[in-house]
Each structure stands twice: as structure tokens, then as C-alpha cells.
Design a binder for this molecule. Structure first.
Ligand SMILES: [Ca+2]
Ligand SMILES: [Ca+2]
Length: 338
């Protein structure tokens, strides 16, 4: 020191900036706002994020674990955060139809027996179908509007030789040709089928699970239907599709409002057009004028117009009587086959 001296030490700020990436899952589920909103943030900045669901969605959670719509992140590194949104499922309910000794709760009967030998079935019982093809279990479901519903069955399938697929018949027509019932460890181990989709009509629907081969099949515990407010329908309020040895329900107070054959005269193929006021089962018979029955079939009529191919084989030219018979009506039509 040879003089008064001033010396300055210069320091450089070592501020680091970080980026913040936000993602909505699914992208259409909603948006994310940030405050403060910047392209990058200096170390230590606290950023408030707010998730706003889009129409039809609700906010579920943040990837940092937060479940409130607003959360904060402290920027000490480049950060990615996701907000998960869920579709609004208001109105979706699940109806379970378990087997029952009565047939008033949506379970309408089965081509087999209600058993309890194996443990673990809900309600203690399951349905053991007869070991041949076209044996089924019938359910009756009421829905407030037409739409898509999810169905699944609880079952056990413990034999190496048993069938592991069956079909689902909806209102008389095959809706799912092959629904898988993968093998379970044994007959007391229960599983559920993968969710399958069916499109139900407004009002009463008949769902039938039916075997497709002559062998043992899974034992069935219950059916669940998920969608817009399904309810169990009385089995007697509409016709029974069930076992061949079951009579048509007698309590229906509905009618087939119209039945015509088109074209009439027919040219071999006879198409019956029936307008039904409610889903129901009908017996359709085609007879010669001297009473010989050529075709006799059961048919589920959907509410509204149904076009039914009556004959599978060609029919000789002549005059026939086609009869549609349901619980409380019988209508006969003369059919001329050219
Ligand atoms: Ca069986
Ligand atoms: Ca059960």
C-alpha cells in the first residue's frame, strides 16, 4: 500500500433458467394454464398450474400426485407435468343380474341347472348349462334409451376339455359371435370376461348367452351391464326366449300392431313384416291350407318394424297360411307363393 486504494470485486450472477412442459391427457380432456406464464423460469420460481377440464371431462389428477385443480411446482430443474382428465360418466350405472330361484329380477331361466357345488360364486349359486350346443341363459333388461352398453359375465371354466367361447344373442339376433371365457385354474376359481359392447334398443332387451358347441362350457355366476341406467326387467313382461320347453309368457298386454307379407304373392322367399308395440316373442308358423305345418319358429320381435325371412328352403307354388302368434294376439295372413 503506497496510496489510499479502492478495489472492486465484480461478481456475475449465476442464475439458471429452466423450462416447464405441461401436457393434458387426453389432449382433448382439458387445458392447463400457468402463473406466471413464461417460456422459462429462473431457479426457484414457484409456478401455479391450473387444470380446466373441457366439456364432457372432469379433472382427475396431476402427475405430481396432486388431485386439486390447482397445484404449484418449484422450478429447480427442467420440469414436465401432466394433468389427467376423465370422461364424465354421469348416468352410467352397472346392473348385475345374478342367477336366482325366481325369474323376476332380470334372470329369466337357463337350459341347465342352478348349482352350488363349487365355492366362490356370488350368491352361492351359478348356472351349469347342459353340455350341448344352443344351450343358453336368458336375461331381460330395460334401458331408457337406445345406446351402447358394456356387458361382462362372471364365470369359472375349470376343465381342459370345456369350450371357452359362446355367443351373445340380443333380441333374437347374434350380437357377439364369439365371446371368450378363458380357462380358470379350477371350477372354484372365478373370473370375468373382457368388457364387450352391445347396442340395446330403448325398452326391454333380451340378452341370451348361448353355447355354440356340444361340450361342457363355463359355469356362469352373473351378468353385468354398464351404461345409461339399465334396470332388470320382469321376465314375464315380455316374451321368454329361453328354453325350448318354456311356454310363451302369458301376461303381456301388448300387441303386434300389424303383420303383412311382402311381397305377396311371394316368389319363394316369404318376408313377414311385423310392427310390434313392444319387444316380445312370437311364434311364426307357415301352414298349407290343409293344416300341414311347413315352418314353425320362435322370433323375438323388436319394438317397431321387423322384417322376418320366414322360410329357409324354397316352397312350392300354392296358397299358404302364415300365422303370427304372441302372448295375446294371433294374426293369420294368406300367402300366395308363385
Ligand atoms: Ca355344463
Ligand atoms: Ca351367482
Amino acid at each position: 500500500m503506497t496510496a489510499n486504494t479502492t478495489i472492486t470485486a465484480n461478481f456475475t450472477a449465476t442464475t439458471t433458467s429452466y423450462t416447464l412442459t405441461t401436457t393434458a391427457i387426453p389432449a382433448a380432456g382439458g387445458s392447463i394454464s400457468r402463473s406466471p406464464n413464461a417460456a422459462s423460469y429462473t431457479s426457484g420460481t414457484v409456478v401455479t398450474l391450473t387444470a380446466t377440464p373441457a366439456s364432457g371431462y372432469t379433472f382427475a389428477s396431476w402427475s405430481n400426485g396432486a388431485t386439486t385443480a390447482s397445484t404449484t411446482v418449484t422450478m429447480n430443474a427442467n420440469t414436465t407435468i401432466t394433468a389427467t382428465f376423465s370422461p364424465v360418466t354421469t348416468g352410467n350405472t352397472t346392473l348385475r343380474i345374478d342367477d336366482n330361484t325366481t325369474t323376476t329380477n332380470g334372470y329369466c331361466g337357463a337350459d341347465g341347472s342352478l348349482q352350488s357345488s363349487y365355492t366362490g360364486a356370488d350368491g352361492g349359486f351359478y348356472i351349469n348349462l347342459s353340455n350341448s350346443a344352443a344351450k343358453g341363459i336368458d336375461y331381460s333388461i330395460n334401458v331408457p334409451s337406445a345406446g351402447t352398453y358394456t356387458i361382462k359375465f362372471r364365470y369359472a371354466n375349470g376343465s381342459s376339455s370345456s369350450a371357452s367361447v359362446a355367443k351373445v344373442v340380443l333380441n333374437g339376433a347374434t350380437a357377439i359371435a364369439s365371446l371368450g371365457f378363458p380357462k380358470t385354474t379350477n371350477w372354484s376359481t372365478w373370473s370375468t370376461t373382457a368388457d364387450a359392447t352391445v347396442t340395446l334398443v330403448s325398452g326391454i332387451n333380451r340378452i341370451r348367452l348361448e353355447t355354440t358347441v356340444s361340450s361342457e362350457f363355463a359355469n356362469i355366476d352373473w351378468l353385468e351391464i354398464t351404461g345409461n341406467s339399465p334396470t332388470a326387467a320382469s321376465c314375464s313382461s315380455s316374451a321368454k326366449l329361453a328354453s325350448s320347453n318354456k311356454a310363451i309368457a302369458e301376461t303381456a298386454s301388448v300387441s303386434v300392431s300389424e303383420a303383412v307379407v311382402s311381397p305377396n304373392p311371394a316368389e319363394n322367399s316369404i318376408n313377414l313384416i311385423v310392427t310390434a308395440t313392444e319387444t316380445k316373442e312370437a311364434n311364426i308358423t307357415l301352414s298349407s291350407v290343409n293344416g300341414q305345418i311347413l315352418v314353425s319358429k320362435k322370433q323375438i320381435l323388436a319394438k317397431g318394424q321387423n322384417v322376418i325371412a320366414v322360410n329357409e328352403h324354397s316352397i312350392a307354388a300354392g296358397l299358404y297360411i302364415l300365422t303370427v302368434q304372441a302372448a295375446d294376439i294371433q294374426k293369420s295372413i294368406k300367402v300366395i307363393v308363385k
